[in-house]
Structures are given as structure tokens and as C-alpha cells.
Design a protein around this ligand. Structure first.
Ligand code: DX5
Ligand code: ZN
Length: 213
């Protein structure tokens, strides 16, 4: 069954506890976007917010690093409460070693790619990580339009996972909603990340239900 990760970037930061409770009740995973203003042209939030969410979370924390030199910070994010931790392929000096370090701490390691990176670049790492994060918008901002080429990109990476027998899940992030959830699942996505389609709508619980197909 497809799991729904709620992106806290779109949460109400003045009422974060309320949105954490919402995810505890209705979604499967907390998705936390870390942006440094260098790898991406935006700055989000850091350790105190991750730690605050972790203190009240009853579901796993999925921390998505959009930062340069991720190797400097993975241990700190693990101490802050990450259960899943992804970094961008082109931000890491040695992606296999970094995934190995994350896994050695008992945390699921993920490798992310932006829409302009050929999915084949992920293939050498499918056996050394727990999930790949296929971006369906360019990392950096919530609320962007879903890029349609994502379906075929997910299909390609899923075929390679099945062909090689790698135990690697496929996560998709950006512009995901009830409108494309079924097609993303058929393409091969295991985890759907959604921010504005969850927290930016009148009935967030119904929005999550509409993605559970
Ligand atoms: C974008 C982030 C996403 C973002 C998704 O760089 O990685 O997780 O919060 O937001 P929506 O669902 O609004 O596209
Ligand atoms: Zn993200």
C-alpha cells in the first residue's frame, strides 16, 4: 500500500502541534524539508523544528536534505530524530559511503534527484540505499506544478529495482495530490509526499484519503 508523507513545509508554524497531531492521526510519515539557501535558492528550518516535531510524533520522520555537504550534518539530523534521511545525489562527495553511514546508525537512507538528472544515475546506488526520492518539481519550494515526465522516470527506476531485486522504495515529491496519486502508484511509487495538497486545502483528512488508493 502506498504511504502518504505529509510535508511540514506547508504546515501552520504558529500551530505546529495541531498539524503534528493531524499527521499522527491521518498520514503515515512526517516529511521535513531542510533547505540551506545554497543547494536550493530557499531557506526552510533546521534542528529545533525537527526536534519539536520528533518530540510529539507517533509516525516516522523523513528528513529531506536539500543542502550542500550533507555529510557534515547527517549525524546531527539523526540525533534530532530522523528515521529516514535523504540527501541529493549531486550534493554528496561519495553517495554510497554516505548512505552506508546513515544505515549504520539504524536509519533508512535515501538518495534524491532533481528532474534534470537522468534516473539512470541512481542505478549504481539502488542496492546501497533504502529508498530513492524522485523529485517531481525542482527542489526548493512547495506549491509548484507537477512535472508530467515523472511517471516515466518512476517507471524506469522501478523496473531497474525489480530487475536487480534491490530492496529500495520509490518516493515522489512535489505537486502530488489526489489527482495524480493513482497514476503515481501505477507508475511504481511507494511513498507519496504532499504539502500544499494536504495543509493548503479545506479538508486535509479527505485530501489524505483521496491519495490512499
Ligand atoms: C520541495 C520539497 C517538497 C515540498 C512539496 O522542494 O522537497 O517536499 O514541500 O510541496 P508540495 O506538495 O506543495 O509540492
Ligand atoms: Zn521534500
Amino acid at each position: 500500500m502506498t504511504r502518504i508523507a505529509a510535508s511540514m513545509l506547508a504546515a501552520d508554524f504558529l500551530n505546529l502541534g495541531k498539524d503534528v497531531e493531524f499527521v499522527n492521526r491521518h498520514a503515515d510519515i512526517f516529511h521535513l524539508d531542510i533547505m540551506d539557501g545554497v543547494f536550493v535558492p530557499n531557506i526552510s528550518y533546521g534542528f529545533p523544528v525537527v526536534e519539536a516535531v520528533a518530540s510529539a510524533a507517533a509516525k516516522p520522520l523523513d528528513v529531506h536534505l536539500m543542502i550542500v555537504e550533507p555529510e557534515k550534518y547527517v549525524e546531527r539530523f539523526i540525533r534530532s530524530g530522523a528515521d529516514m534521511l535523504s540527501f541529493h545525489l549531486n550534493a554528496a562527495g561519495d553517495p554510497a559511503a554516505l548512505a552506508g553511514l546513515i544505515r549504520s546508525k539504524g536509519v533508512k537512507a535515501g538518495i534524491a534527484i532533481n528532474p534534470d538528472i537522468p534516473v539512470e544515475k541512481l542505478f549504481p546506488y539502488l542496492g546501497v540505499c533504502d529508498f530513492v526520492l524522485v523529485m517531481s518539481v525542482f527542489a526548493g519550494f512547495g506549491g509548484q506544478k507537477f512535472i508530467e515526465e515523472t511517471y516515466s522516470r518512476i517507471g524506469k527506476v522501478k523496473s531497474e529495482i525489480l530487475r536487480t531485486g534491490a530492496e529500495c522504495l520509490v518516493e515522489v515529491d512535489g505537486g502530488v495530490s489526489g489527482k495524480n496519486a493513482a497514476a503515481l502508484k501505477s507508475a511504481g511509487a511507494d511513498i507519496l509526499v504532499a504539502g500544499s495538497a494536504v495543509f493548503g486545502v479545506r479538508d486535509p483528512a479527505e485530501a489524505v484519503r483521496s491519495m490512499r488508493i
